[in-house]
Design a protein around this ligand. Structure first.
Ligand code: ADP
Length: 588
């Protein structure tokens, strides 16, 4: 249905009530105009003082009524309108000719004739009929002046002024809708221009978001890759200098600084991903006490040099196994404990974990500097610290609590705090945890004892960074002293090696030149012979983008490990892959 803006609700109702053939396109306008004209013609027949014009008026009314049938039969509107306008003009001129010419009051009807073609057919048709009407009015005025029509003997100025008046009114009648039409078109064009601009802005924004995601992924990879080497080699060195306290102290400093840098990198990346809604929960079943204990113990070395009583209180009623994202839970705990220790110079810091049946309440209470009431609203906002002096005295980026809050919500829980300036604070978060079934097998990433340690394995390390290959090699040689190690700098080279030499496990980096780890793993799984294609492939990557990681997993990884990793964790994963592969080969 034609819903031009000037249509009133009433006109819409009128259209809705019309029979189907009159309801669409411009037909309703025709019906509207013609109905009014027929009604006026009938009225005119009843009240006209010129009986000799009744026959013509009646003929015109019949002709117009006949147009309804033409529309019903599907004749196009344009010829019908032209015919109707021509017939009306002829009838009006005929009547005027017999009743005073240009002075005949009903000649005024001639003025509105161009309106129907203007609205129903096109603007051009309207202007055409406007010219015709002007000519007819001029002709009628001339006929009056030359005395062909009654009343005879007119002065030139009588005929001219009457003609000018009705011509001007006719022009005005058509100019008004023309101006309206033009304004309407301008408004529509303006609207369309805004819409185009808006669309461009939207596309620009989308592009910026994509660039941002790409930037974060690249930065993540570029920052984590060297951190992997720094932390990994540091750990290897620490294991070697256990008997040299001075060297150990220096390496501890390096480790702490590197850990700090890792926290900052992770905070920024996490926050960006949380903002983009990309962070997903990886739930698993784990021992609640153990994970809470790990988070608590992480700060033990730091607390040794502090005058702070560092305590943990675990509710007896806590369930042994729970099911949620272990890493994210650790992250929130570590952040709250880290803050409490950072802002407490004396007194105590206590981690309490209480069973609320259902749900678990974690709280970290400290006797530190506290937070002023007017700053409490700001604390969970990103890049927000309690006051300007905090940064210069304690450092920090103001992201930790913003991330913790988002993570707590992501895990289905809530977070909050109470604090008194100079007295201390209590930060808490509540998770809707329930007692879970114990898992079938519980790989222990921290366990250093390797069942497969005394066997001869052949590993293939695929990574474009020689330092990373060296680190993985050292870690593997520590865990499996008799192992043989092959190295490839990219996917194609690795696939060639796998064709030539039997291997027990592949450690595959994700981002590499020539052929990346995703394509190489897919190729191995899809095109290699049965004995080789089921090889365990452990993905290693510094990319933390969940979408990329999922693509890597889908390519056919046996397991995935994020860089930087603890040497013990890498060994545990490798062993797990080896044992699973062994079991499945025995089974088949
Ligand atoms: P950061 O610690 O890196 O500055 P956070 O988001 O973790 O960032 O904390 C934001 C601010 O909240 C801190 O700068 C500090 O002012 C305040 N704050 C957080 N925890 C405590 C606490 N336990 N005691 C006092 N102030 C705290």
């Amino acid at each position: 249905m034609d819903n031009t803006p000037f249509l009133s609700a009433r006109f819409d109702k009128f259209i809705a009530r019309l029979p189907a053939p009159y309801r669409y396109g411009r037909a309703p306008y025709l019906v509207f105009f013609v109905s009014i004209i027929i009604a006026l013609l009938v009225l005119d027949m009843l009240i006209t003082p010129y009986p000799n014009t009744v026959g013509v008026t009646f003929a015109l009314a019949l002709l117009l009524a006949f147009f309804f049938f033409l529309v019903y039969w599907g004749v196009p509107l344009a010829p019908i309108i032209h015919m109707g306008t021509a017939a009306s003009a002829a009838m009006l001129c005929y009547v005027a000719w017999h009743a005073g010419g240009v002075f005949f009051p009903r000649l005024a009807w001639l003025m509105i004739l161009p309106l129907t073609p203007f609205y129903v057919i096109s603007r051009g048709a309207g202007y055409f009929w406007l010219c015709v009407v002007w000519l007819l009015q001029l002709g009628m005025a001339a006929a009056n002046y030359w005395g062909w029509l009654p009343p005879f003997h007119h002065e030139l100025h009588h005929a001219t002024s009457t003609w000018v008046t009705i011509s001007a009114v006719t022009g005005t009648l058509i100019i008004v809708p023309m101006i309206y039409d033009r304004l309407h078109e301008q408004a529509v064009q303006k609207g369309m221009r805004y819409q185009r601009e808006l669309e461009l802005k939207r596309q620009e924004l989308e592009q910026i978001l994509q660039m941002r995601e790409h930037f974060i992924a690249t930065i993540s990879h570029e920052l984590r890759t060297p951190m992997n080497a720094i932390l990994g080699f540091n750990d290897l060195l620490m294991a070697r200098v256990q008997d040299k306290p001075e060297a150990l102290k220096v390496l501890n400093h390096t480790r702490q600084s590197a850990d700090h840098l890792m926290t900052v990198i992770n905070d920024i990346l996490d926050y960006s991903q949380l903002q983009a809604g990309q962070l997903v929960v990886h739930s698993e079943t784990f021992e609640l006490r153990k994970i809470t204990g790990y988070a608590f113990e992480l700060f033990r070395p730091k607390v040794k040099s502090m005058a702070v009583d560092y305590k943990i209180e675990l509710d007896e009623a806590l369930p042994k196994w729970v099911h949620t994202d272990r890493h994210r839970l650790m992250q929130v705990l570590v952040n709250l404990l880290g803050n409490a220790l950072k802002f407490t110079h004396q007194g105590e810091v206590v981690l309490r974990v209480q069973w609320e049946n259902p749900g678990v309440l974690f709280s970290v209470t400290d006797t530190g500097i506290g937070i002023a009431p007017e700053r409490r609203d700001q604390i969970f906002k990103r890049f927000s610290q309690a006051d300007i002096g905090i940064h210069s005295r304690y450092g920090g980026n103001g992201l930790g609590l913003a991330i913790s809050q988002k993570l707590a919500h992501l895990l289905g829980g809530d977070i909050g705090f109470e604090s008194e300036l100079g007295q201390g604070s209590r930060f808490w978060f509540r998770l809707p945890l329930q007692a879970a079934e114990a898992p079938q097998h519980t790989p222990d990433a921290q366990s250093p004892a390797l069942q497969t340690g005394d066997q001869v394995w052949r590993f293939l390390i695929v990574d474009d960074h020689p330092i990373n290959r060296l680190l993985v090699k050292k870690v593997l040689q520590n865990g499996w002293p008799q192992c043989e190690i092959l190295e490839a700098a990219e996917g194609q080279q690795a696939l060639q090696m796998l064709r030539d030499t039997p291997v027990d496990l592949v450690l595959m980096d994700m981002v590499m030149p020539v052929m990346d780890g995703i394509a190489a793993t897919r190729c191995l799984r899809e095109t290699f012979a049965a004995t080789v294609k089921d090889l365990p492939v452990l993905g290693l990557t510094a990319n933390v983008n969940p979408v990329d990681l999922e693509v890597f997993r889908q390519a056919g990884l046996s397991d995935l490990m994020l860089k930087p990793f603890e040497p013990a964790q890498l060994c545990a994963k490798v062993e797990q892959c080896l044992l699973t592969a062994k079991k499945s080969s025995q089974g088949s």
